[in-house]
Design a protein around this ligand. Structure first.
Ligand code: RIB
Ligand code: CA
Length: 357
């Protein structure tokens, strides 16, 4: 058990959509989290809309201080496919937020990731809630990135369960499978020793020591993070209002109101496609795991990404029986303490809404 009580410094990569926005609220509500920067990737909606949504949600949480950067507008080798049916045409469901007034960073997301990792070698956790386009570009720029980062935590893939975008593929990997393949290989143990001079890192970091394997949270565990109306009601009560954000004096708690309007769209989607009126909140579970890896149990396994299958492009092919004979390159989450996570989410975001809403 770490005795380190300093907040965990995170770079959050997102494609703000509804569950991404819940992850951002969780991060701003968490005293054990230092948000170093937020980088935006095209996915649920366009990169430009992601940038708008990300800043608007951070402003809702009172965090105009956070650096928000845009990255590449399209996947590495394919056209962008967005998902308005899941997150709404603007990516925040039925919610309405004031136009963002905080500026976008002048830095390009892949460059930001590399620069911050070089500036704080071994300290930063990069948590990705989106297609891996920015991370792939970052690791192509800086092959030492896997060693410069303290940890990479990925929401993406489906390692032992069916997909949510095609029978065997999960959305984040499906949008940009080439980037996922680059990242999963780059963080594997076969990475060569980068010349310390070229990467400009301390010799200890460029020692050729295998990087820490990323934690990969696939649908196998993120679909256990099921938010239902009762959870929102409990969060609203923690914030001192009703589930639609109305306070006893008739005023509105803007954070709870946002959650109610965004989640109503998301829950209607899940009701149509997954048979329950609730929402898989994939991204907040990944964010919470980046802050507290004890929320999941993992298994080290070799994973690669299908890039040319007629029916399976984007599948995270997982070698559970070790038939490939390759070293493990991911720590795949196989169990999650969903109840503890949900209780933490309600307490932290409810508390934020009570203070900031
Ligand atoms: O498959 C779930 C992932 O795809 C989540 O990150 C959600 O936001 C969507 O981007
Ligand atoms: Ca996402």
């Amino acid at each position: 058990m770490s005795t380190d009580t300093r907040p965990t410094p995170l770079i959050i990569d997102c494609d703000t959509g509804i569950d991404d926005s819940l992850a951002l609220l969780y991060a701003t509500a968490s005293t054990d989290c230092e948000i170093v920067a937020v980088t935006c990737t095209a996915g649920n909606v366009s990169a430009e809309q992601v940038g708008e949504n990300t800043r608007a949600v951070l402003e809702l949480a009172g965090r105009r201080d956070v650096e928000v950067a845009l990255g590449r507008a399209t996947p590495l080798a394919r056209n962008l496919v967005t998902t308005p049916e899941t997150h709404g045409p603007r990516g925040i469901g039925y919610a309405e937020l004031p136009a963002a007034s905080m500026p976008l960073s002048t830095r390009y997301s892949p460059d930001l990731i590399v620069a911050e990792a070089r500036r704080r070698p071994g300290e930063l956790t990069l948590v990705t809630l989106a297609p891996l386009t920015n991370v792939a570009l970052a690791v192509l720029r800086e092959p030492e990135l896997p060693r410069l980062l303290r940890r990479l935590v990925v929401m993406g893939g489906s390692y032992r369960s069916s997909g949510n975008t095609a029978p065997t593929t999960e959305w984040n990997v499906n949008v940009d499978p080439e980037s996922a393949a680059i990242v999963f290989r780059a963080f594997g143990p076969e990475v060569g020793v980068a010349p310390a001079v070229a990467s400009g890192v301390a010799p200890a970091v460029a020692s050729g020591v295998a990087p820490t394997r990323p934690i990969a949270l696939g649908l196998d565990v993120t679909e256990r993070a099921r938010m239902v109306p009762g959870h929102l009601a409990a969060l609203a009560a923690r914030a001192g209002c009703t589930a639609d954000g109305t306070r006893p004096d008739g005023s509105t708690n803007r954070i709870v109101r946002y959650l109610a309007d965004a989640l109503r769209f998301y829950m209607e989607f899940h009701s149509r496609y997954d048979g329950f009126f609730g929402a898989f909140i994939h991204d907040p579970l990944a964010l919470a795991t980046a802050l507290d890896p004890s929320l999941v149990r993992t298994a080290a396994v070799a994973v690669d990404v299908e890039l040319s299958g007629r029916l399976t492009v984007g599948e995270t092919v997982t070698d559970w029986r070790r038939v490939w004979g390759r070293p493990a390159n991911l720590d795949v989450a196989v169990e999650a303490d969903a109840d503890r996570f949900m209780a933490q989410f309600i307490e932290r975001v409810g508390g934020l809404a009570a203070r900031q809403g």
